[in-house]
Write a protein that binds this ligand. Structure first.
Ligand code: HEC
Length: 143
């Protein structure tokens, strides 16, 4: 029995997981488009980019199946909702919606995902950092 569990565990390690990051094009990149100030950029990078950009940094545990599948699912789903690297491809409605959702999800502690914070202390935003993100997105001019 143990043998088969071990065999299956080893076997699933061979299933490829696509961890490739697409190249980031500056003209589509949120922080380049809006010339986002450094402090906000750092917060987004530390707390959001792993799931909402093409600059994902994969943690070591993301290389071990089946954890790697769960990690990849979060990333694919997060990117589908919001990808700061592909902001340039969003129309104004999508942008406004993303801005509103960003403000509310950061304020209501829904983002970054609580399960992620435990493994990523830098994503454990202080109240001040959350306020700064809120204010920045509130003042963003989209037209
Ligand atoms: C560990 C991955 C992960 C991190 C880190 C993360 N998100 Fe998300 N985010 C998701 C996933 C998955 C979804 C889609 C499902 C959901 O809403 O829970 C999502 C959804 C969203 C949405 C869309 C919500 C909606 O209802 O349309 C916004 C906006 C968002 N995230 C903003 C952020 C911001 C801003 C940060 C950083 C402060 C962040 N997220 C960090 C995974 C993540």
């Amino acid at each position: 029995m143990i043998f088969w569990i071990a065999a299956v565990f080893l076997g699933i390690q061979l299933i490829p997981v696509d961890r490739e990051n697409k190249a980031v094009n500056r003209k589509d990149n949120f922080v380049d488009i809006y010339k986002t100030p450094k402090d906000i950029k750092v917060i987004l990078k530390n707390a959001c980019y792993d799931c909402h950009s093409n600059e994902t940094e994969y943690p070591n545990y993301a290389y071990l199946a089946p954890i790697s599948w769960a990690v990849k699912d979060h990333i694919s789903e997060g990117r589908r909702y919001l990808n700061f690297s592909e902001w340039g491809s969003y129309n104004n409605d999508l942008r406004k919606n993303a801005v509103e959702k960003t403000i509310s999800s950061v304020r209501d502690l829904q983002m970054p995902l609580p399960s992620y914070i435990g493994y990523h202390p830098k994503a454990n935003l202080t109240t001040g950092q959350r306020k700064a993100v809120e204010e920045y997105f509130q003042n963003l001019k989209i037209d």
